[in-house]
Design a binder for this molecule. Structure first.
Ligand code: KIV
Ligand code: ZN
Length: 512
């Protein structure tokens, strides 16, 4: 049983850092409107604190934190800062508009960071942390302090820094396992030690921020909660630096499903977990692995005959959570060409999407086209169509038609026709390493945009040989990365449309 008072059930503060640490994942950068959309989804999900970015890091980061603070209501909005005056002032400039603003300052404490990165003595670290917290506190009542690399810091020194930061006004003390070095027992011991040895610890909420380098971020965070931590920092889909951070959905569902053991709860609306996970993977282009706990496509799929038999007799024989509780639709009910608009709208609603009448009309049109090509339409097909529509951009070019002739030992020949307003542009090329490379080259010629393809990923949305292929591409243009996404039962067409989607994003920001 956890060693906090078992009779008092606590609400654990869920601090989401998808927009800050998550965005530090290679290739996960998001634009302003994507960040705004995600911030609103995090509010709908019920997270308590949103770390919206690191305002001093770039003008784009600043603008995103400021705009989120100005418009998003319902969660605390936090900005990150080093213990430097300029960082702290800039963080405040961005978060001051929030309903509940927070400044999060950090300064590393471990021997290797002190000696090699900061070249500061222990005394200088304490003075720096105190000065940072005080400056932030003069601006904002809600201040969090993180001794970066806390889990590799000497116990005595960690206690001294934490005590000084609380005395200077920190209301949350976050213990980062910056390099994912801790084990669950170690993490629990650190939290217990701070609770036992830091005299003013009751004046602050203890938080943890665990990285997943050894695959233990969730286990370490749960051990910290058991030992008395009241806040957990996490990210949707476990995104984050290197191997990522503690996965929000796994942590929340562990507390929820094992409430008998942990006794603590969260404010998270668990049925929003899957839609939020899908949103993050669509925005970032980083796919969730199929067997990922809670939100992976196979998380509730029972393959073995014995399991299926058990499930039919009694669901709880093999299922500890209900798929609908995390936001998977109740059943993978199949729709087809005879299904009507109302059935489609119902399905979309059950899957957690709130779409307007106009959007349903457009979705229904796409659905009918798909139903002509594919007999059975599953939830994943509908999700792919909706997400394609939600994340559409103003289209300068659309694909009118394409034809590829290719074969073993033959240079692929492509005839491609794009539509731009009422105009049609045709190109013929005979080049490329394969049909997709040739289609991409033809699109570059037709649009006049030259890009470098940095990532290309194709996977099937459902099972079966008539399944839709989803293509995600990432291209670089003038030093900036742009993503493109499309689905089709024809994977070459999906590739062409995804590539064109990225070109349209380039054109939409007026940078062709
Ligand atoms: O991992 C880390 O130490 C961090 C801090 C800024 C909290 O991300
Ligand atoms: Zn981190």
């Amino acid at each position: 049983m956890p060693d906090v008072d078992a009779s008092a059930s606590r609400s654990i503060v869920i601090f989401d850092t998808t927009l800050r640490d998550g965005e530090q994942s290679p290739g996960a950068s998001m634009n302003l409107s994507e960040k705004m959309e995600l911030a609103q989804s995090l509010v709908d999900l019920g997270v308590d604190v949103i770390e919206a970015g690191f305002p001093i890091a770039s003008p784009g980061d600043f603008e995103a934190v400021r705009d989120i603070a100005r418009t998003v209501r319902g969660s605390t909005i936090c900005g990150l800062a080093r213990c430097r005056d300029a960082d702290i002032d800039r963080a405040w400039e961005a978060v001051q508009y929030a309903e509940r603003p927070r400044i999060h300052v950090f300064l590393a404490t471990s021997p290797v960071h002190r000696r090699c990165k900061l070249r500061m003595s222990k005394e200088e670290i304490i003075a720096g942390a105190v000065a940072g917290v005080k400056r932030a506190k003069n601006l904002c009542p809600d201040v969090e302090y993180s001794p970066e690399d806390a889990t590799r810091t000497e116990d005595d020194f960690l206690c001294q820094v934490v005590e000084a930061a609380i005395a200077a006004g920190a209301t949350t003390i976050n213990i980062p396992d910056t390099v994912g070095y801790a084990t669950p027992t170690h993490m629990g011991d650190v939290i217990r030690m701070l609770r036992n040895r830091v005299p003013n610890i009751d004046r602050a909420v203890i938080s943890v921020h665990c990285h997943n380098d050894l695959g233990m971020a969730v286990a370490n965070s749960l051990a910290a909660v058991e030992a008395g931590a009241g806040q957990v920092e996490c990210t949707v889909n476990g995104l984050g630096e290197r191997a990522g951070n503690c996965s929000l959905e796994e942590l929340v569902m562990a507390l929820h499903t094992r409430h008998d053991y942990y006794r603590d709860s969260t404010r998270v609306v668990t049925r929003r977990l899957v839609p939020t996970s899908r949103l993050v993977s669509n925005i970032t282009g980083i796919q969730v692995q199929r067997n990922k706990a809670i939100v992976g496509r196979n998380a509730f799929a029972h393959e073995a005959g014995i399991h299926q038999d058990g499930m039919l007799k009694e669901r709880t024989t093999y299922e500890i959570m209900r798929p609908e509780d995390v936001g998977f639709a109740m059943s993978d009910l199949v729709l087809g060409k005879h299904s009507g608009r109302a059935a489609l709208a119902d399905r979309a609603k059950a899957m957690g999407y709130s779409i307007t009448g106009d959007q349903i009309d457009a979705l229904f049109e796409q659905f009918k086209i798909l139903a002509d090509k594919k007999k059975d339409i599953y939830d994943a097909d509908i999700a792919a169509l909706i997400e394609q529509q939600i994340h559409s951009v103003t289209e300068k070019w659309t694909l009118d038609s394409y034809k590829v002739v290719c074969g073993t030992g033959q240079v692929p020949e492509v005839t491609l026709r794009l539509r731009r307003g009422d105009e049609k542009q045709s190109v013929d090329v005979a080049c490329g390493d394969g049909p997709i490379d040739a289609v991409f080259l033809a699109i570059e010629q037709a649009t006049g945009l030259s890009v470098v393809c940095r990532d290309f990923n194709v996977h099937s949305v459902t099972v079966g040989k008539d399944a839709q292929g989803e293509v995600l591409v990432q291209v670089e243009h003038n030093g900036q990365l742009y993503r493109g996404r499309a689905v089709s039962t024809d994977s070459v067409e999906a590739s062409a449309k995804a590539f064109l989607n990225a070109m349209n994003r380039i054109a939409a920001i007026g940078n062709p």
